[in-house]
Design a protein around this ligand. Structure first.
Ligand code: DMJ
Length: 676
């Protein structure tokens, strides 16, 4: 049934205007007594009415429907876009303005140098800032990290974005009224005194790395030929270690055996994060298995507190950060706890040795002194362990050492003697000042702790700045004939033109300080010193540096700047020069530093490589026809030397970004704490 109005309309069939069909429907629906709203009736009725329309009317209606549908789709899409941009905007508002430092001048060097977040969030896994711990490090607290797993096997020949550590967005620090200022490398006036309070040693809540994230989206950075050469060298060294020394401390590549120092698989642990950074997945997995199944610290063995901290604790912590694998944190906690008895001394200055099975500690047999560098170069690791575990005792113990040393008399313009007594807490063997063995990493850790803690611990910075002034005043000299700037030693007022290879950490540290906003002079000095360190290789017959050199202060015909004494002409495959080359290249982009590193690698390959696997220390860098192999590959060759070479040859500043990581003195990268 349908209404009379509809019938009339159908009968006359005049050309209709578009609205007619609507009118019909209304009449139908509202017609008294004619109401039938069954589905079938409605379908029939509509169909009839449709049929009654002219072709033109139908076309117009269809056109209108089509137009409506198109409008609907368009407005839906644009709403989606504006919704997305709204959401993005609000996310952007929450995060720091992206600012990736360029390779050449990576940081404009203004204090407080911001802890830069990479601008391209797409590079990283989802950023998930973590809950800031309560008051562990002063007002700002430690940073949150999100870290990537190795995402390639090296065979792919890409750097991908393995080991690129990511922290949550970082807020630029608040500007505060300067009290003291320093002129930065780039000429800006900087303000080191960011916080009136030193960080609290109270750690109440544990900090964890973020879970391992998904594949990164950034274009992989291809591995270049030089990096491949480092990987090849590493594999060669690893092959020897695996075949003849697996699970032992050091490889003896000539005798195809091993030596033990602590009996804790030192080389394997030292090499874990290098394996990760080089992208050697299979080897990493194998090594991980050994750590999981065979690494046991419950052993009646004496270990050196410093060496086991920088190599084992440092290596485990950095591997934990890079891989996100809690196995490494568990092991780090275990060794950290076992090292704590070292601090039970009358002065709280730790003993040099700890029995990690018995929980006892003692100084060396012949003295109750500890080495200054040793007791002041365990801080980065113990502080990080506190941050991760929430257990304040680790940080408290090492902070106390630093505070104590800060307040001690007996320094010479910031330069420290080499020994400190564990009973009295006083410096001993006064009057000898060096940046070499027994003092070196004291200076390195002053700066690095300051960086690690977010540049707030002013005493550390003050001590560092004062010490560098002390170096300039007492230890810097120039050699003849090439006028190389070098760091000598001072013994009871007498200058000695002797420089350990160990001192070659200094250019890198100075450059790192300049990058973090310290004075421009430091960068200039770094440039001069790295030239000298390179000459310690270049002026020697094998192209490898001896352990110690003496510089000529007076020009003599036909003489080099560098002199080597018979007792000092060994080379232990040490890292310090390539370490500094890495920093210099990162901060200046000057390719000469890569070229120098390349020459050094070639010399290592020529004179220290053992054909059956591994590399060896040598006794005589001055005799290319017989460098006298020593039959020992130190763990730091894999932990440091090859790692720094690999990083030196990389143009990817995110491959261990120096605004996010600080390397411990064994080249294990630890996160920089970022204000929460
Ligand atoms: C490493 O164990 C560390 O770099 C330490 O700071 C100094 N000695 C060796 C490398 O030379």
């Amino acid at each position: 049934m349908y209404s009379t109005a509809a019938a009339a309309a159908a009968a006359s069939s005049p050309p209709r205007r578009d609205f007619i069909s609507v009118t019909l429907s209304l009449e139908e629906g509202l017609g008294p007594g004619s109401y039938n709203n069954s589905k079938a009736w409605r379908r029939r009725s509509c169909w009839r009415k449709w049929k009654q329309l002219s072709r033109l009317q139908r076309s117009v209606i269809l056109f209108l429907f089509a137009a409506l549908a198109v409008c609907g789709v368009i407005s839906y899409t644009s709403m989606g876009e504006s919704w997305k941009s709204l959401v993005n905007k609000s996310l952007d508002d929450q995060r720091t303005e992206p600012d990736v430092p360029g390779l050449k001048l990576a940081n404009p060097a203004v204090l407080p140098a911001p802890q830069k977040a990479d601008g391209n969030l797409g590079d990283y896994p989802e950023l998930s800032p973590q809950k800031p711990p309560k008051l562990p490090y002063g007002r700002h607290g430690p940073p949150s990290f999100q870290l990537k797993p190795p995402q390639r096997n090296v065979r792919l020949k890409t750097q991908h974005d393995i080991s690129r550590a990511v922290e949550g967005p970082v807020q630029a620090e608040k500007e505060e009224k300067p009290e003291k200022s320093v002129i930065s490398w780039r000429g800006a006036v900087i303000e080191p005194d960011q916080s009136p309070e030193p960080p609290s040693s109270k750690v109440k809540e544990a900090e964890k790395p973020s879970s391992v994230a998904a594949e990164g989206q950034k274009e992989p950075v291809p591995i270049n030929e030089r990096q491949l050469a480092v990987i090849e060298a590493f594999r060669h060294a690893w092959r020897g270690y695996k075949a003849f020394a697996w699970g032992h401390d050091e490889l003896k590549p000539l005798s195809k055996s091993y030596s033990e120092w602590f009996g804790l698989g030192l080389t394997l642990i030292d090499a874990l994060d290098t394996l990760w950074i080089l992208g050697l997945k299979e080897e990493f997995e194998e090594a991980r298995k050994w750590v999981a199944n065979d690494l046991v610290f419950d052993k009646n063995v004496d270990v050196n507190l410093f060496e086991s901290t920088i190599r084992i604790l440092g290596g485990l912590l950095s591997t934990y950060h890079l891989s996100g694998d809690s196995l490494f944190l568990e092991k780090a906690k275990d060794i950290g706890n076992r090292l704590m008895p070292a601090f039970r001394t009358p002065s709280k200055i730790p003993y040099s040795d700890v029995n990690i099975g018995r929980g006892t500690a003692h100084p060396p047999r012949w003295t109750s002194d500890s080495t200054v560098a040793e007791v002041t170069s365990i801080q980065l690791e113990f502080r990080e362990l506190s941050r991760l575990t929430g257990d304040e005792k680790f940080q408290r113990a090492v902070d106390e050492v630093m505070k104590h040393v800060h307040s001690l008399s007996g320094k010479n313009d910031g330069l420290v003697p080499m020994f400190i007594n564990t009973n009295s807490g006083q410096f001993t063997h006064m009057g000898v000042y060096t940046l070499g063995a027994r003092a070196d990493s004291y200076y390195e850790y002053l700066l690095k702790q300051w960086i690690q803690g977010g540049k707030k611990e002013n005493e550390l910075l003050e001590d560092y700045m004062r010490a560098i002034e002390g170096v300039k005043k007492h230890l810097l000299q120039r050699s003849q004939p090439k006028k190389l700037t070098f760091v000598g030693e001072l013994a009871h007022g007498h200058f000695s033109a002797k420089m350990d290879h160990l001192v070659c950490f200094l250019p890198g540290t100075l450059a790192l300080g300049a990058h973090n906003g310290l004075t421009a002079d430091h960068m200039k000095l770094a440039e001069a010193l790295i030239e000298t360190c390179y000459q310690m290789y270049a002026q020697v017959e094998t192209g490898l540096s001896p352990e110690i050199v003496h510089f000529n202060l007076h020009a003599q015909k036909g003489q080099n700047d560098v002199e080597v004494k018979p007792a000092d002409r060994h080379n232990l495959l040490r890292p310090e020069t390539v370490e500094s080359l890495f920093y210099m290249y990162r901060f200046t982009g000057d390719k000469k530093y890569q070229d120098w590193g390349w020459k050094i690698l070639q010399s290592f390959n020529k004179y220290t490589r053992v054909p059956t696997g591994g590399y060896t220390s040598i006794n005589n860098v001055q005799n290319p026809s017989n460098p006298e192999p020593r039959d020992k590959m130190e763990s730091f060759f894999l932990g440091e030397t090859l790692k720094y070479l690999f990083l030196l040859f990389s143009d990817d500043i995110d491959l261990i970004n120096l605004d996010k990581f600080v390397f411990n003195t064994e080249a294990h990268p630890l996160p920089i704490w970022v204000p929460a």
